[in-house]
Design a protein around this ligand. Structure first.
Ligand code: ZN
Length: 95
């Protein structure tokens, strides 16, 4: 996973892969989807401590955890979903 350290890097990523509304991606029908977070921990994308801030095509979600880190994951797999973490950053760099 790539860790972004400033606002410009985040903007550049989102320019190449624009964000859409979070509700366009429905993750909650899939049960637990573990992903590697930018904070160093592993979370469940459907966990209570994780909120979905947006989605992107084709099947990506921007997730924020309770440690205040944001991670872009790509969901793969058909029956069994798995999450690949593409990049992440500390939410505070966007303030
Ligand atoms: Zn985290």
């Amino acid at each position: 996973m790539e860790i972004l350290t400033n606002k410009e890097e985040v903007r550049e990523k989102l320019k190449n892969n624009p964000l859409q509304a979070a509700h366009l991606l429905r993750l909650n029908g899939y049960g637990s989807i573990k992903y590697e977070c930018a904070c160093g921990e592993t979370h469940d994308a459907n966990g209570k401590d994780v909120s979905c801030k947006g989605s992107a095509k084709p099947f990506k979600a921007l997730l924020k955890c309770s440690n205040n880190f944001v991670t872009m994951i790509k969901i793969e797999g058909f029956f069994r979903k798995k999450a690949i973490s593409e990049y992440g950053f500390k939410a505070s760099i966007m303030d």
